[in-house]
Design a protein around this ligand. Structure first.
Ligand code: ATP
Length: 448
């Protein structure tokens, strides 16, 4: 069973060093989190599983890493300067700001609709302004003079860094359609909705791929990518299929560039929520950048002998949102060997922050020496944690709680037979292997 409430994960995340509220010593900062020693590994591993599936294991997708701050005309062409807005209302009494669409959807428990159609918050005196469109891009200034011309934007998505490099990639790789360009990067949005942990933050990481194809093949490829991405969450992140669903956008929900979008949603403790959007962006972006830059962004199709503007299918996933889902999904409470409750994060080994823990039974120097030898053998291959504090039972619990698939224990017998015990996280089964074979045995169990 996954975690049934978010607080359980929020407190485990902080206690064990996955995710901390940012700038906590200064009272925190709304919708902002820092990743700790284990969170940084989990995030890195999920990103790497995405890159493997989307780039490394395919012949038709290549990667880029575009600058974060770039020419502001990019965001004029993409439509973000004009359209990347949320309707906001301010309460003149509480001085708080809310998203009108979220008020109407009933997302703020404290704001209820009145009989006359108006809305009131618990203080009872909500005096809302008319909704006004609020652009969610962060602005900054570039260069020595601060004026309108020096304004630049922090990117709210990674896609535009791909579109502006379409021609460069085409020329340098000679790829034929269909082909994709992938990128993982941080994005920024001035979100005002009170966040649910790392589900919605001001700064977050995305994993996006733009798949360029001939017009007319887009519908079939849209379907293909929805299925591929669904499979990735199940096979690579370990999400149970019954907590994943596909939801097609209604006509009034569609973005200005989209001819069809399906969200991949996860059943969060508070209900279904988006994990990834898979959109058919048509030829909107390449045409928009061609018009703004005066640069022809086309592809020469040898079969038809014509220059065409490719269509684009975009699977756009949230890396940091997937980190939250991986933790929620892996969380398990079950009896241990003695029948006591144990908490286990049942991560797939590939995404587990620590792959193997090395645990000497005691702090005796002889055991420490042997344990150091075992660590030295494992470290070049796997993220390894050495832990000699507290009882062995407590150390197993600690490794279970951070999702370490294997523990290697060094005991007094080791000094005689030069062998160690490997314990599996999920089955709690133990096998004995010679130290000389420890790397092979771990590889055998992890599968990589
Ligand atoms: P939402 O409706 O939840 O605001 P969106 O439809 O605006 O999301 P997209 O623009 O499609 O999101 O971005 C693709 C993915 O990026 C989302 O599915 C989500 O996983 C992630 N994402 C978007 N905004 C945030 C955020 N503020 N914090 C964390 N992840 C985000």
């Amino acid at each position: 069973m996954p975690a049934t409430d978010l607080d359980t994960i929020v407190s485990l995340a902080k206690r064990r060093g996955f995710v901390y509220p940012s700038a906590e010593i200064y009272g925190g900062f709304a919708n902002t989190y820092d990743y700790g020693p284990l969170g940084v590994e989990l995030k890195r591993n999920i990103r790497s599983e995405w890159w493997k599936a989307m780039v490394q294991e395919r012949d038709d997708v290549v990667g880029v890493d575009a600058a974060l701050i770039s020419n502001p005309r990019v965001w004029v062409a993409s439509g973000h300067v004009a359209n990347f807005t949320d309707p906001l209302v301010d309460c003149r009494t509480c001085k708080l700001r809310f998203r009108m669409d979220h008020i109407e959807e009933g997302q703020y428990e404290e704001i209820q609709r009145q009989e006359d159609g108006s809305y009131r918050c618990p203080r009872g005196k909500c005096d809302f302004t008319e909704p006004r469109e609020f652009n969610m891009m962060f602005k900054t200034q570039v260069g020595p003079v601060a004026n309108e011309e020096s304004v630049a934007f922090l990117p709210p998505e990674t896609a535009q860094g791909i579109f502006i490099n379409f021609e460069n990639v085409l020329n340098s790789t000679r790829k034929k359609l269909p082909f994709g360009i992938a990128q993982t990067r941080v994005s920024f949005r001035n979100e005002i909705t009170p966040g649910k942990f790392i589900f919605r933050t001001l700064e977050f990481e995305q994993m996006e791929m733009e798949y360029f194809c001939l017009p007319g093949t887009d519908r079939e490829l849209h379907r293909y990518w929805i299925d591929e991405r669904m499979r990735w969450y199940i096979d690579r992140v370990g999400i149970s299929p019954e907590r994943l669903r596909e939801r097609e956008h209604t006509a009034d929900e569609l973005s200005h560039y989209s001819a069809g979008t399906s969200d991949i949603e996860y059943l969060f403790p508070w209900g279904w929520g988006e994990l990834e959007g898979v959109a058919n962006r048509t030829d909107f972006d390449l045409k928009a950048h061609a018009a703004e830059s005066g640069h022809e962004l086309t592809y020469y199709d040898e079969d038809s002998g014509q220059h065409v503007v490719p269509y684009v299918i975009e699977p756009a996933a949230g890396l940091t949102r997937t980190v939250a889902v991986a933790m929620l999904e892996a969380y398990t409470e079950e009896p241990d060997e003695k029948g006591d409750n144990r908490i286990v994060l049942k991560f797939k080994p590939a995404i587990a922050p620590i792959k193997v823990a090395v645990l000497p039974l005691s702090k005796k120097p002889d055991l420490q020496g042997a344990s150091k030898r075992v660590s030295d053998l494992l470290r070049p291959h796997y993220m390894t944690q050495y832990d000699e504090t507290q009882s062995i039972g407590r150390r197993y619990r600690r490794q279970d709680e951070i999702g370490t698939p294997l523990c290697v224990t060094i005991d007094f017998e080791t000094l005689e037979d030069d062998a160690v015990t490997i314990r599996e996280r999920d089955t709690q089964e133990q096998i004995r292997v010679p130290i000389a074979n420890v790397v092979d045995a771990v590889r055998d169990k992890l599968g990589f």
